[in-house]
Design a protein around this ligand. Structure first.
Ligand code: UDX
Ligand code: UDX
Ligand code: ADP
Length: 464
């Protein structure tokens, strides 16, 4: 079958960019992205395409090209489900914050609500595609809900995990390392559904890069990929601490091991800790799944990746306190960057949140500058932790509009996100405006140690 109408439920960081590219590359397919969040949909429809709710390099151009032609954003979920032959589920699957599996398992309530809604609305056969990262065997639960509450129509369920990284979503989608499609390879209907999705990607991805597997392998591959990537970051971060107490430099170590073709050079950048909506959530989920099968050694092994990451964030904050003569009480500390990595306005699980929280507990005054993150978001992130009252957060945190302003009269500056623009700041002027000794903490190995030390900074970088 040829897909003519696609619906995507969830207009977030995954659904929005993915559907924009599918629409751009498949002009004969109508793609409707729906969301219950009216503000978000209004932003996707903003006549000023720069105001779409997600910042990704190149995305505004893609949306400008396809929107209104064959790419639509709407809050009418039922209508879009009804019209679609293929439905992507791209809603959020946060870690559960209550009840069984609290703090570990993925909360599937949004997925289940989608499934029930699809079952209620659908009047003809549909292919359902899991796009959100889901625990292994979610497809089974989806299928049971769809088959038992539906109107007697047939559903084929595919798993098509998204591997795009934020900040590079458009290039990742245009040139994916691979597209993974899991489905029911054992039945004719299953193979047809897989082929229908292969044909969608076939508009711009070559056959060699499209991998088809059974549903469970596909679901587990997504969790595994994220666990391996996060593990590399925790491994190099563990080495960064060892480097700091020896005469080794983590960047030199990373380069040396990365040239081993079995290890490879990517994802070996020491940092203040990984963030983002996926790594921690997916590993916790993996740990939970392993434990639920009684595989305690497997669970413990992967849990270490998270423990190391928590340690890295804490030790960076503690380093600031120790260096500032064991107290930051009443001292102004500037945090440059709040996003969990450069080129995105996403702050979920960003290390900056935890470092700020730690320093606030030490009674520091925090001033934040991030080129893409709003003040509301920064305050919301801290409020969400629940460490102190919303009033206190507003009293202790200031958000400003430039790095220069953030650093004025500060005791210390800490680089939290590797925004390119931070490299070319007027560091001399920043130094002049700071209290002395002027401490600079580079949580991203972004800055030139020699040049900044020459300017007079007391300079600390992760891993050296
Ligand atoms: C290793 C390093 O590869 C080499 O660079 C270093 O100089 C010495 O240690 P070696 O022990 O000779 O070399 O063999 P290697 O090929 O690395 O295998 C080590 C063990 O890992 C073997 O038992 C091998 O069977 C096992 N292995 C390796 C796996 O189980 N799976 C793999 O994917 C790779
Ligand atoms: C990740 C996966 O890369 C992607 O395939 C999956 O679809 C979603 O999760 P994302 O979270 O967007 O993507 O960003 P990623 O580039 O993987 O970075 C995650 C975190 O690790 C960031 O905080 C980043 O700063 C950190 N990181 C990454 C390091 O600290 N060092 C590195 O070498 C790489
Ligand atoms: P991701 O990073 O996985 O894309 P986001 O949180 O950015 O996650 O996006 C998920 C989106 O899904 C949110 O905008 C949310 O409003 C939307 N959503 C959640 N549940 C439903 C639902 N039942 N129907 C429609 N949209 C939903």
């Amino acid at each position: 079958m040829k897909v003519k109408n696609i619906c995507c439920i969830g207009a977030g960081y995954v659904g929005g960019p993915t559907m924009a590219i599918i629409a751009q590359k498949s002009p004969e397919i109508n793609v409707t992205v729906v969301d219950i969040n009216e503000k978000r949909i209004a932003a996707w429809n903003d006549p000023d395409v720069e105001k779409i709710p997600i910042y990704e390099p190149g995305l505004a151009e893609v949306v400008a090209e396809a929107r209104g032609r064959n790419l639509f954003f709407s809050t009418d979920v039922d209508a879009a489900i009804d019209a679609a032959d293929m439905i992507f589920i791209s809603v959020n699957t946060p870690t559960k914050t209550y009840g069984m599996g609290k703090g570990m398992a993925a909360d599937l309530k949004y997925i289940e609500l989608c499934a029930r809604q699809i079952a209620r609305v659908a009047k003809n056969d549909k292919i359902i595609v899991e796009k959100s990262t889901l625990p292994v065997r979610t497809a089974e639960a989806l299928k049971r809900i769809l088959d038992n509450t539906g109107n007697g129509v047939n559903f084929q369920i595919l798993s098509n995990p998204e591997f795009l990284a934020e900040g590079t979503a458009v290039t990742d989608l245009h040139k994916p390392d691979r597209v993974l499609i899991g489905g029911d390879l054992d039945t004719e209907a299953g193979r047809e559904a897989i082929q229908a999705l292969v044909d969608v990607y076939g508009h711009w991805v070559s056959d060699d890069n499209i991998l088809t597997t059974n549903v469970w392998s596909s679901e587990l591959s997504k969790l595994t990929a994220n666990a391996f990537l996060a593990q590399r970051v925790s491994s190099i971060n563990a080495m960064s601490e060892l480097c700091e107490v020896t005469e080794a430099d983590v960047q030199e170590v990373a380069k040396a091991i990365g040239m081993d073709s079995r290890i490879g050079p990517k994802f070996l950048k020491a940092s203040v800790g990984f963030g983002g909506s996926c790594f921690q959530k997916d590993i916790l989920n993996l740990v939970y799944i392993a434990k639920s099968f009684g595989l305690n050694e497997v669970a413990d092994y992967w849990e270490q990746v998270i423990l190391m990451n928590d340690h890295q964030k804490r030790r960076f904050a503690a380093k600031i306190v120790k260096t500032l003569f064991n107290t930051v009480s009443g001292k102004k500390i500037a945090l440059l960057g709040w996003a969990f990595k450069k080129d995105t306005n996403d702050t979920r699980e960003s290390a900056a949140i935890y470092v700020a929280d730690y320093l606030l507990n030490e009674q520091a005054e925090i001033v934040v500058y991030d080129p893409k993150v709003t003040k509301e978001q920064i305050l919301a992130d801290l409020d969400y932790l629940g460490t102190r009252s919303e009033e206190e957060n507003r009293k202790l945190i200031t958000v400003v509009n430039s790095a220069q302003e953030a650093c004025k009269a500060a005791h210390a500056v800490a680089v939290m996100t590797e925004w390119d623009a931070f490299k070319t700041l007027d560091w001399e002027a920043i130094y002049e405006g700071m209290l002395k000794p002027a401490f600079l903490f580079d949580g991203r190995r972004l800055l030139d140690k020699e040049a900044l030390t020459a300017l007079g900074f007391e300079f600390y970088a992760i891993g050296s």
